[in-house]
Write a protein that binds this ligand. Structure first.
Ligand code: ADP
Ligand code: GN1
Ligand code: MG
Length: 370
């Protein structure tokens, strides 16, 4: 069967999946990889798997990505087994090996494929529906970071160098603006000025890191709300997914991306900007969930910067969407003309909303730290 140009049925046959192949369909709303859901039947027992093609334009060394992921997921499972965590099979991703025991399969065109067990009875959401969901997502991401504080085996590979180096993202934006290859700068004047006016903000976390004021940790680096699976019945945050960017980083960029994607009750590409704003009750739930699982290892300096981190990463991702719009939509998947510009506008509206509420956010963090 051919889907989206790939013979995913043939790919599925390369992995140690049980029973008879029933079918496969494209799945999920990710901007980067190609994700498919495959169903199998083993003597009347259904089994489902996620097959993914790693975007090798974005991840130049897919083998290193897979090395990181297998180290991280094995460690999560080891830690949970040691602690006797119930239902642990659903609480971390598990790779399905290839028929010859490898973590991934490289097809004749050079595409790298991997397979995960499908996490059953869960769902992912593209924006938060209630403080409970914000709390659960943040608790799950904090738990993920916490489990990785003692990851053995040395530093993980940097799967995308300088991924959250905001000043370098700013410089990349300047280069693309100068070239204006798609001739779009004139259509985004206000957004361009917004970025230029925020240059000083871009340095703050990297300066703190370089001055030794905040530590490097093993972090997820893509903690948007649809990268955590929630239990369909209890709504509990069950499993953190999308581990391609797990690498050395700052806990604050992870918390910041939770703020970006879980404090406004609107989609990332919402065109009605009146719907886009930081809701303090969602922020409060996020802080509570995150500190519950990550509070034990965060330093006072990291705690102080939690509200700021939300502003910074929202600015950073907005800069990346704008950069991609100006470059002609070469990085993020787009589904309509101007999609990246719409996404950028949403981010900048949220940055402004955060700027209006930074002191209330600060007070909220203080409350939970007392
Ligand atoms: P991308 O890097 O493109 O964002 P993801 O790894 O986040 O890809 O997967 C896309 C979507 O597929 C997720 O938002 C989630 O809904 C679903 N998904 C991915 N892996 C699993 C899994 N193991 N079990 C259940 N759903 C999954
Ligand atoms: C991408 O893969 P996905 O859709 O979870 C991107 C993130 C951005 C996000 C914006 C490797 O994440 O950095 O924050 O889109 N991932 C990569 O929605 O660039
Ligand atoms: Mg994803």
């Amino acid at each position: 069967m051919v889907k989206a140009g790939y013979d995913v049925a043939a790919i599925a046959g390369q992995f140690q999946t049980p029973g008879r192949f029933l079918g496969v369909e494209p799945y999920g709303n990710g901007h980067i990889n190609d994700t498919f859901l495959a169903s199998f039947d083993q003597d009347g027992t259904p089994h489902r798997f996620i097959h993914q093609r790693i975007n090798h334009t974005v991840f130049r060394q897919p083998g290193q990505v897979m090395e990181n992921i297998s180290r991280v997921t094995e460690h999560q499972h080891r830690r949970m087994a040691a602690a006797g965590v119930p239902d642990s099979a659903r609480r971390a991703l598990s790779l399905v090996p290839t028929r010859d025991g490898k973590t991934h399969f490289v097809d004749a065109e050079g595409n790298t494929w991997r397979t995960y067990h499908f996490i059953e009875q869960t769902r992912s959401v593209d924006f938060v529906e209630s403080p409970r969901i914000a709390y659960e997502a943040a608790r799950a991401f904090g738990e993920f970071q916490s489990l990785l504080t003692d990851l053995p085996g040395g530093r993980l590979h940097e799967t995308i160098p300088d991924f959250h180096h905001t000043p370098k993202r700013f410089q990349a934006f300047q280069r693309v603006l100068e070239q204006d290859v798609a001739n779009r700068a004139a259509t985004a004047r206000a957004e361009i000025d917004f970025v230029l006016g925020h240059e000083p903000v871009t340095r703050v976390l990297i300066d703190h890191l370089e001055q030794g004021l905040i530590p490097e940790r093993v972090t997820h680096n893509d903690t948007k709300i649809n990268n955590v699976m929630l239990d369909s019945t209890t709504h509990q945050g069950i499993c953190v997914i999308d581990l391609d960017t797990v690498m050395p980083g700052l806990a604050l960029y992870d918390f910041g991306d939770m703020v970006r994607t879980s404090t406004s009750p609107s989609a990332e590409d919402e065109r009605d900007l009146s719907k886009v704003c930081l809701k303090l009750d969602l922020f409060e739930a996020l802080v509570q969930g995150y500190l519950e699982s990550a509070g034990a290892f965060l330093t006072p300096a990291e705690r102080d910067l939690l509200p700021f981190s939300g502003k910074l990463i929202t600015l950073e991702i907005g800069i990346r969407f704008l950069t991609d719009y100006l470059a002609g939509d070469v990085y993020f998947k787009v589904h309509r003309p101007g999609h990246n510009l719409d996404r950028c506008r949403t981010q900048f509206k949220l940055v402004e909303s955060i700027e209006h509420q930074e002191s209330a956010m600060q007070e909220c963090v203080r409350c939970f730290s007392r």
